[in-house]
Design a binder for this molecule. Structure first.
Ligand SMILES: [Zn+2]
Length: 349
């Protein structure tokens, strides 16, 4: 772990008064905030700290934090990004940020390591001055902004700029940097659920896996148990196993923000249990033509179900899941739901 991300305690943010994590990096940011307000003449209300920015590179997405935006007369005029060490390598990604953080080109971008700074013209990308003392003051900024067109960037160009930010700031970041949050897509978590299903298959169990995710983080997992031999246990479905673990860990997250990734469409029992637990979303891979419950029309049921805000997404990595069920039903040693409608439907594909 790099020292600059070490958490030393908490401090009160100079701009917002919020209590935030105290790190060596944060101390430099706080000094910058003081500089902007006390020496450069900006009002605290004109300085927005820790602005989140969604960046993409193809299917990859992440949220990064921009240290300060300076907003005058409703327009962002300056973006400031702090980072320890060399500032030269951070010039290009910050320039890209100045082109995508608003629907127009932000006039000035400042990259700083807290001791030195480069002041960059957003449109040309040229370094127009250096040093913390040369960060434009409010009166200078008003003058600079008055001569700028605030033109929008063409969409394809914005896409490329976003990719540049992603490659520098996300792919090139320290793993311990909490200011960067990589957003995983449905396929990423379904792959995890498929790995669990594969594990179940290798033990002769019915190949179903379930992963419960909250804000890009896996909370709990479950795999199908109790399908060995002739007496199938109809309680230990992967979703029920995961739900039970969710209760056991006692994680106080909002279940409405939890997504259940299931390699097979949940049955009626699991679908109802997920609804009762307040789970916000189900993403499944392979449809269960025999026992799937997610097609059940909730509007015809009693209020608890009728008013459930649950959403269901089907067909995510369906083929990958189908392959596991084909393998399961093709093996004569496996007896659970042998010669059923599900087995027939699966093996004819
Ligand atoms: Zn089930």
């Amino acid at each position: 772990m790099n020292g600059h991300h070490l958490i030393l305690g908490e401090l009160d943010d100079f701009i917002t008064g919020e209590s935030i994590k105290d790190t060596h990096d944060e101390r430099y940011r706080q000094q910058l905030a003081h500089l902007l307000v006390n020496r450069k003449g900006y009002l605290k209300s004109e300085v927005e700290p820790r602005k989140s920015l969604l960046v993409r590179a193809g299917k990859k997405k992440a949220i990064i934090k921009i240290d300060f935006l300076i907003k005058l007369a409703g327009k962002v005029c300056m973006v400031i990004k702090y980072g320890p060490g060399s500032i030269v390598t951070r010039r290009r990604p910050l320039l890209a940020v100045s082109r995508i953080i608003e629907p127009y080109q932000v006039p000035i971008a400042v990259v700083t390591n807290g001791e030195d700074a480069e002041i960059i013209d957003g449109s040309s990308g040229d370094v127009i001055s250096r040093g913390l003392a040369n960060i434009p003051s409010k009166s200078q900024m008003i003058e600079i902004a008055s001569g700028k067109p605030f033109n929008p960037l063409p969409a394809h160009r914005a896409e490329m700029e976003s990719r540049i930010v992603y490659c520098y700031e996300v792919d090139g970041s320290c793993p311990c940097d909490e200011d960067i949050c990589k957003l995983m897509d449905n396929e990423h978590f379904m792959k995890k659920a498929l790995e669990l299903a594969e594990g179940a298959l290798s033990q002769g169990e019915f190949p179903v896996g379930c992963v419960m995710v909250h804000r890009e983080e896996i909370l709990v997992t479950g795999t199908r148990r109790g399908t060995l031999g002739d007496d199938g246990n109809e309680l230990d479905h992967a979703e029920m196993v995961a739900l039970r673990r969710l209760i056991e860990v006692g994680n106080p997250v909002d279940h409405g923000e939890v997504t259940a990734f299931c390699t097979m469409e949940p049955c009626l029992m699991c679908y109802a249990a997920l609804i009762l637990a307040g789970i916000g979303k189900i993403v499944f891979a392979y449809e269960d033509v025999m026992g799937g419950g997610s097609g059940c029309e909730l509007s015809r049921l009693n209020p608890l179900y009728k008013n459930s805000p649950i959403t269901v997404v089907a067909n995510v990595l369906r083929i990958e899941s189908l392959q596991l069920f084909k393998a399961y039903f093709s093996n004569p040693a496996n007896r659970y739901w042998k010669q059923s409608l599900l087995a027939e439907y699966t093996l004819m594909q």
